[in-house]
Design a protein around this ligand. Sequence first.
Ligand code: SF4
Length: 434
Amino acid sequence: MILNKVYLESFGCQMNAFDSEVLESLLEEDGFSITQDPSDANAIIVITCSVRENAERRAIGRLNDLSRHKGAILAVCGCMAQRLGEKLFDLVPALEIVAGPDSYSMLPSTISKAIAGEDRKILVETDSSVTYRLRKVTGSSPSRYLSITRGCENYCSYCIVPFVRGSVRSKEAGAVIEDLRILAASGAKEITLLGQNVMAYQSGDCGFVELLYRILEETDIYRIRFLTTHPRDVNEGIFKLMAENGRICPHIHLPFQSGSDRILSAMNRGYTRSEYLDIISMARELRPDIAFTTDIIVGFPGENDADFEETLDIVEKVRFDSAFTFKYSPREGTRAAELDNHVPAEVKKSRLEALNNTIQSIRKEIMTECIGSIEEILLDARVKKGENHFLKGRTPHFRNVLLGTDNGNPGDIFSVVLKELRNFTFIGEEITGR
Ligand code: SF4
């Protein structure tokens, strides 16, 4: 029997990376094989992001570019598929299937029918029961993602996610444990639990902190991370657990978006700057070495110089390890897109530059202070830089380390001394390995 081959490309966040694995396993279960070469494929799937206009523009460009593979069925999935729906058929004339994030189970049969000659299909019904179990492990990295919640109901005024990913639904706790055991059996040592807001996890009476306790008791996953958290929902329990148990990594990505109460309120973020700073103090009291990363938007409508100074002030007070920083761009359908008082493009640009400079200089200070310390790293890849080969790993705080040795494999755990810093990556020297 000749297998139909599918080529998959994924843009955007870690949720899309996980969805790409889900799709691969659904397709393989249905008799497809995965190819890394689009010219060899019977179907091409692009998983897209809608968070910023730029991401959509790039995805449409890429889809039109992939249209040159005339023999393959072209399908688009993900948030942009959900948001734009039928309009995508005009933007990408060669497109045959548009499928939103809740319709992936139907995708293999829809592709088979399209290969057999069926007409264009659009699958954008939302279904708030969809959570996607792991059917089969397709990769071999020791560091893996597992989605535990999907959707978001926070309706931050600038964000398209609640409109394209639907309401929050949580994977049943027993199913999370089973999926983790499958990943552990395939060699996974580090899992990042994913959700638009993992703190919103609720399965019966099991909330996110209870879920972590169950994972610690019922699986032997060596390191547990999670992404993303919302300051409104963060509680002491999470930091207590980090303080008590080294398997919960001492790193949290806690987006603050703006340091100004006026702007936070216009963003509908549900916390004030002092509440955000209180969370940081509480966390550091319980686990002093915790590393924070964050997301920040500059140039939200109405943001003035004083508001921006308050954003810089939070950056200086918290001292983030790193941050994803963005210029505000309006997303059609969100409340913020209706606001007046837009910040001029050149002001956004200069604020972003100033913000990035501050973040980078603090980052350098934090990392320089780590030189000479001993860290445990989990090796996750082999990399080549110029003529040199390295093993790459991360510390529990999510800091990158390169080891100039061939004596080890992804999945090994090494104790290393951090010897020097090159472009925000440590060069380490092995002390012990196992
Ligand atoms: S918490 Fe806010 S920013 Fe994050 S996904 Fe939900 S609506 Fe968007």
